[in-house]
Design a protein around this ligand. Sequence first.
Ligand code: S3P
Length: 175
Amino acid sequence: MIKKRNIALVGFMGCGKSTIGKIISDRVSADFIDTDTVIEKNTGMSINSIFDSYGEDYFRKLERNLCKLIALYPPLIIATGGGVIKNEANVENLKHSGVIVYLKSTPERIYRNISHDNTRPLLANTQDKYAKIKELLEQRTPLYEACADYTVDISMLRIEESVQMVSRLYYEING
Ligand code: S3P
């Protein structure tokens, strides 16, 4: 029997990976994994505290280990952290077990989603959150685009529309 494949959602912080991923997983009856949530559960610490106490590199190591592990348990719907694409091994592992779907959004929409959220260490300690989002998004867009098997521009879509598009992909891939 052919093994079903994972769908890994990548995209910038606050674009909606977790919200959309959870609904898709219910819709297609696949398990859902949010890598940040798993890291928080495993360490008993918030992402902010991990960055504060141990630094970003340590967080990236936990993220790398987890990407390796989840590749072994398809079919999953995976909401990744926005920086997962910075590491080639993560991309390889995610591709090995499934397809990568880039949820593309605009800095304006992302800012609207997370302007009042203080759970993102990379956006803390900045005077101008919008400028920081724009800068990081510009840096990362080539990486998101390079790794994506599919890109869904969700910037003008309602959540339900995004869910339907990605769920359709899931069925195309997994039959
Ligand atoms: C990060 C995104 C966050 C989280 C961490 C680092 C990033 O996840 O993994 O704060 O580098 O973009 P979300 O994309 O779920 O916010």
